[in-house]
Design a protein around this ligand. Structure first.
Ligand SMILES: Cc1cc2nc3c(=O)[nH]c(=O)nc-3n(C[C@H](O)[C@H](O)[C@H](O)COP(=O)(O)OP(=O)(O)OC[C@H]3O[C@@H](n4cnc5c(N)ncnc54)[C@H](O)[C@@H]3O)c2cc1C
Length: 384
């Protein structure tokens, strides 16, 4: 790996999906970009498992869409169900895009593809470097690392995730409005039995919601809202989720839990995305419910837009492009957070109203424009 520079055009703090994509974008535009991350190696867990159509369209600009598309399951359908009965069929295959599907691919693979692209373009990630401080200077910003080094940059991108140090030090916090407090269990499982490998299922059953999504290695991602999620779900726990919330006629036996986790929802959008030479991207700027699998997608779209805006600012001194990024991406985040909030409220409606909700959804689903709009919103094709 190349030596850590003392000065760079753009310093990106954080090598998650957002930081890697900003890095690849800037390297592709021919700029001097430095990416640092506090971890010794990249994370190897599946986390965000879906990449939507609009994100793939935008990732074309950094040359990774085709590669990613070849590594995942191209799920053309998304189906909301109650047991075996379909309530709302959502089809992505009619969308006006080159990517008419939800791409099921684990986050570690997405990050690997982004890293490879960054490296092909001459960039790299410097590890492990923990950024501890940032200050604005006359012609840029300076980041201090725990190792004692400092890096001066014309611009700094805070892509350091939900608990962003750079965001907080730059005074780019959020208003603290966090209106959902729900607990989710997550498990990637191997099963015997008939779960479909070509579509995403969202069960709206009376005991609670359950997402069942295929992953490219033949396993399935389960996500369920529960009262108190276990730290590490085991086979019996995953089996119970499927038995009580999943398909009724098909016997499915969980044989293995490959990876499990739990999380609580936070719903927050930074009040501003820019303070002088410091810009936010990804989870540093926004977090929300996982409903609809939007978080990483929004982060990647921020990154591509920000890479382009920074390139114009570096070449032409046009900082209005950075303001346009800050305003436009924040507006998109507000729309996505609102969508995820609505989906979450619907999925976690009080138990007593769940049967009524399902009847209402079945009726609504007869309206083609409702189904089409849902596909457009989930894929973000409607945000073009
Ligand atoms: C268990 C789990 C399941 C999830 N499931 C989904 C899902 O199904 N769908 C979905 O859309 N999203 C999901 N997410 C969220 C998704 O992972 C994030 O939206 C996505 O990773 C955001 O990318 P990012 O690059 O902005 O931030 P991150 O991926 O958080 O990356 C931030 C990077 O910054 C580094 N860093 C942090 N602080 C510093 C510092 N001070 N100095 C240097 N480096 C630093 C970190 O090491 C990390 O590599 C899930 C997350 C988790 C944890």
């Amino acid at each position: 790996m190349s030596e850590l520079p003392g000065r760079t055009d753009v310093l990106v703090v954080g090598a998650g999906p957002a930081g890697l994509a900003v890095g690849a974008s800037l390297a592709g535009h021919g700029h001097d970009v430095t990416v640092v991350d506090r971890q010794l190696t990249g994370a190897n867990t599946s986390r965000a498992a879906v990449v939507h159509a609009r994100t793939l369209e935008m990732l074309e600009q950094i040359g990774v869409s085709k590669r990613l598309a070849g590594l995942g399951i191209q799920a053309q359908r998304f189906s909301i169900r109650d047991g075996d009965r379909e309530l709302v069929p959502v089809r992505f295959d009619g969308l006006p895009t080159e990517y008419p599907y939800a791409l099921m691919v684990p986050q570690n693979i997405t990050e690997q593809v982004l890293l490879e692209r960054l490296e092909e373009l001459g960039g790299s990630v410097h590890r492990p470097y923990l950024a501890t401080g940032v200050s604005q200077t006359a012609d840029g910003a300076e980041v201090t690392l725990e190792s004692g080094e400092t890096i001066k940059a014309r611009y700094v991108v805070a892509a350091d995730g939900m608990n962003s140090t750079i965001r907080d030090q730059a005074g780019l916090g959020h208003n603290g409005n966090d209106s959902l407090s729900l607990s989710f269990a997550l498990a990637d499982v191997r099963v015997e039995g008939g779960l479909p490998a070509d579509r995403v299922l969202l069960f709206f059953s009376t005991p609670g919601m359950l997402v069942v999504a295929p992953l490219p290695d033949g396993s399935f991602r389960l996500v369920a809202e529960v009262d108190e999620a276990p730290e590490q779900p085991d086979v019996a726990y995953a089996q119970r989720l499927l038995d009580t919330r999943g398909p009724r006629r098909t016997a499915v036996r969980v044989t293995d839990v490959i990876w499990g986790s739990r999380f609580r929802i936070h719903e927050q959008v930074a009040d501003r995305y820019r303070a002088g030479r410091i810009l936010l991207a990804g989870d540093a700027a926004h977090t929300h419910s996982p409903a609809g699998g939007q978080g990483m997608n929004l982060s990647l779209r921020d990154a591509v837009t920000l890479g382009d805006a920074l390139s114009v600012a570096l070449r032409e001194g046009r900082e209005d492009e950075l303001d346009a990024y800050a305003a436009g991406s924040r507006a998109e985040a507000m729309r996505v957070v609102a969508l995820a909030h609505r989906l979450t409220r619907l999925a976690t409606a009080p138990r007593a109203v769940r049967p009524l909700r399902n009847v209402a959804l079945r009726l609504l689903a007869r309206v083609p424009s409702f189904r089409r709009r849902l596909a457009e919103q989930l894929s973000a094709i409607g945000h073009r």
